[in-house]
Design a protein around this ligand. Structure first.
Ligand SMILES: *[C@@H]1O[C@H](CO)[C@@H](O)[C@H](O)[C@H]1NC(C)=O
Ligand SMILES: *[C@@H]1O[C@H](CO)[C@@H](O)[C@H](O)[C@H]1NC(C)=O
Ligand SMILES: *[C@@H]1O[C@H](CO)[C@@H](O)[C@H](O)[C@H]1NC(C)=O
Ligand SMILES: *[C@@H]1O[C@H](CO)[C@@H](O)[C@H](O)[C@H]1NC(C)=O
Ligand SMILES: *[C@@H]1O[C@H](CO)[C@@H](O)[C@H](O)[C@H]1NC(C)=O
Ligand SMILES: *[C@@H]1O[C@H](CO)[C@@H](O)[C@H](O)[C@H]1NC(C)=O
Ligand SMILES: *[C@@H]1O[C@H](CO)[C@@H](O)[C@H](O)[C@H]1NC(C)=O
Ligand SMILES: *[C@@H]1O[C@H](CO)[C@@H](O)[C@H](O)[C@H]1NC(C)=O
Length: 548
């Protein structure tokens, strides 16, 4: 019997790996408040009046290497796996209790450990992200103070006068912490996203001649882009080819603006297939006044991608102004779909340095974009820019998105002064752009690059017109200079290319960069020429391979 007992014990050891010491805690402390934030002094109890907050418990994914390798193989036009986008269950599908072999999921044991610990505190996640790596829990800050041994207080980001609720310290039992990548929000102090749009109000007179080529030098309309970029105005015909534009709670979309815009600029498509949704699938109606950034994104996708279904997706409850929760919500809701949209466009942009207190959050978002790419979604973001255009911008610096900068003018079409470009200080240079960036740096010589860290991921990947776009905002015609204008234009072109590919029985483009840096846009023409002909073909545009 003794022998038997010994065997059992050793088997148990094999199952559990090692004994768990539940008395140890792992403490995370921020020694000082990050620059730009101050404690909000308050005489009343320093707790949020609205009460319930959402907390994301992010569980370590086992190993992203396989996902990234698969993404590279399916997006490299020279690979035999090109275009073989992965299904939801291949990328990661968490189903309470059952596991499917997958590339991007955490170890079942990790999720179970975190779930068990939450349940010990009477907490049940009300949402689990598709790959199981994010457990969302609702609780009051008081409860969070007790569960996390924290001290949540209100902090003001001075430059934007926005308030966030954070703690300078928290602790989690060590046997749980080893499975957690991060808990959000805790000690992350991320300044709000920066605005991409520069606008000026223009008189109706200035746009009175819309659509006439003579006016394109002063005011860009969809028709001004269709001509030089040879974007067809004929309707796309394949179902299931959609563009989703990421919205934020703070940026509503005014449907009347889109209507007016289309009536004036695309009278041939007065009723574009356009919807607004919440992350949970509910359709909503727009109220309030759009921002120029949202308006340009909506109007130039719906206005150029003729008959491609376009939707704006809004996050759920956002507790504070940093927008991170919203972006996580949106990417997770897209990943949860069996057939995610073929194009995802977001103009949310942060200074990459804004994540210095939370590099793991930027990494997690970038991994979510990689998962979308692996599923066949082209993730398109702006290169950013406003103020100092030399600061690295996220998510443009994520290697798994296509980042779009702005050009202006014709003859020559040149980089726009408001458009950012540069190198990541976080993400290393991906293989697909090694040659292009090396070539660029050699051309630049040693002097210009001397003060910049040029070892990381370079961006933007492509550029398109972005200045003086005619946009309808709150019933007024405005002129917008913005990289959002460029990314919307590019997103529309990608959606129309997908329509050609789908009609030819080919897979959609998915993650674009390995293609853009090898066969490039002329290569796209090659891919398409076998399937379509006629007067509306695409031609290579100038500047799209430019690394500004
Ligand atoms: C991650 O996965 C790759 C491919 O599946 C494997 O080669 C590598 O050893 C793994 N790395 C770790 C740290 O487990
Ligand atoms: C919590 O933080 C606030 C603000 O820094 C401080 O005034 C208070 O004393 C702290 N409470 C505890 C219990 O540490
Ligand atoms: C900052 O915002 C608060 C409300 O959140 C307001 O009471 C205060 O006046 C604002 N301060 C400045 C300088 O705008
Ligand atoms: C628009 O696209 C749908 C598929 O989404 C297609 O059924 C319809 O025929 C298209 N409309 C036109 C005018 O081609
Ligand atoms: C989606 O969320 C909204 C707002 O929180 C809520 O009103 C609606 O009932 C939800 N819909 C579904 C289908 O869960
Ligand atoms: C740049 O500097 C490296 C070493 O510092 C040198 O070998 C190279 O020749 C320089 N290139 C140019 C274009 O000046
Ligand atoms: C330079 O960028 C790389 C990313 O490629 C990063 O690992 C490194 O820490 C950066 N160096 C500095 C000094 O920021
Ligand atoms: C927008 O860009 C155009 C072309 O570069 C420029 O003339 C105009 O002044 C810019 N508008 C703003 C508000 O910066």
């Amino acid at each position: 019997m003794l022998f038997f007992a010994t065997i059992l014990f050793s088997q148990l050891l094999m199952v559990f790996g090692r004994s768990i010491d539940r008395s140890k805690s792992s403490v995370t402390t921020r020694r000082s408040l990050p620059d730009g934030f101050t404690l909000r002094r308050s005489t009343a109890a320093n707790l949020h009046p609205a009460g319930i907050f959402r907390f994301g418990f992010n569980v370590d994914s086992q190993n992203q290497t396989a996902l990234h390798a698969s993404l590279v193989a399916t997006s490299d036009p020279l690979s035999s796996e090109y275009g073989q986008h992965l299904s939801k269950s291949q990328v990661g599908q968490w189903d309470f209790g059952s596991w499917v072999a997958q590339l991007s999921a955490p170890a079942p044991e990790s999720v179970k450990t975190v779930l068990g610990w939450l349940q010990d505190h009477g907490l049940t996640p009300d949402a689990v992200s598709p790959s199981g790596n994010m457990l969302t829990v609702r609780m009051s800050l008081e409860k969070a103070n007790s569960v996390l041994n924290a001290n949540y207080s209100a902090y003001v980001h001075a430059a934007t006068n926005t308030t966030i609720w954070r703690t300078l310290s928290y602790s989690v039992p060590a046997h749980v912490d080893e499975h957690l990548s991060f808990i959000y929000p805790t000690t992350q102090f991320i300044p709000p996203p920066v605005s991409a749009a520069v606008t000026t109000h223009v008189t109706d007179q200035a746009t009175g001649n819309v659509g006439q080529i003579a006016a394109c030098a002063e005011a860009i309309t969809p028709q001004c882009l269709q001509k030089p970029y040879n974007i067809p105005s004929t309707p796309a015909t394949t179902p299931g080819n959609g563009i989703v534009v990421g919205g934020s709670a703070a940026q509503v979309t005014d449907l009347n603006d889109l209507k007016t815009f289309l009536a004036q600029e695309r009278p041939d498509i007065a009723s574009a297939p356009f919807t607004m949704q919440l992350v949970n699938g509910t359709t909503v109606q727009g109220t309030g006044t759009s921002s120029a950034t949202t308006a340009v994104g909506v109007q130039y996708t719906a206005g150029l991608a003729t008959n491609v279904s376009t939707a704006v997706i809004y996050p759920g409850q956002e507790d504070d102004a940093d927008g991170v929760q919203g972006l996580l919500d949106i990417t997770n809701s897209l990943l949860a779909q069996d057939t995610p949209p073929l194009v995802f466009l977001t103009s949310v942009q942060y200074e990459e340095a804004a994540f210095h207190t939370a590099p793991e959050v930027a990494q997690s978002l970038c991994n979510a974009f990689a998962q979308l790419g692996a599923r066949g979604t082209s993730v398109i973001v702006t290169s950013g820019g406003s103020g100092d255009t030399s600061r690295a911008m996220f998510p443009a610096t994520c290697p798994y998105v296509t980042s779009v900068g702005s050009t202006q003018g014709t003859n020559p079409e040149r980089a726009a002064d408001f458009s950012a470009g540069g190198f990541s200080n976080v993400f290393p240079r991906p293989a697909y752009q090694l040659d292009a960036v090396d070539g660029y740096l050699r051309q630049l010589g040693n002097s210009s690059a001397s003060s910049t860290n040029t070892t990381g991921r370079g961006y933007p990947d492509v550029s398109a017109q972005g200045a003086q776009f005619v946009v309808e905002v709150g019933g007024q015609v405005q002129s917008v200079n913005s990289t959002s204008a460029s990314s919307a234009t590019f997103a529309a072109v990608v959606a129309l290319l997908n329509d050609r590919l789908l009609n030819a029985g080919k897979p959609p483009l998915g993650f674009l960069n390995p293609l853009l840096y090898s066969k490039g846009l002329p290569g796209l023409n090659d891919i398409i020429s076998g399937s379509s002909s006629g007067p509306n073909g695409f031609t290579a545009t100038t500047g799209w391979d430019r690394l500004v």
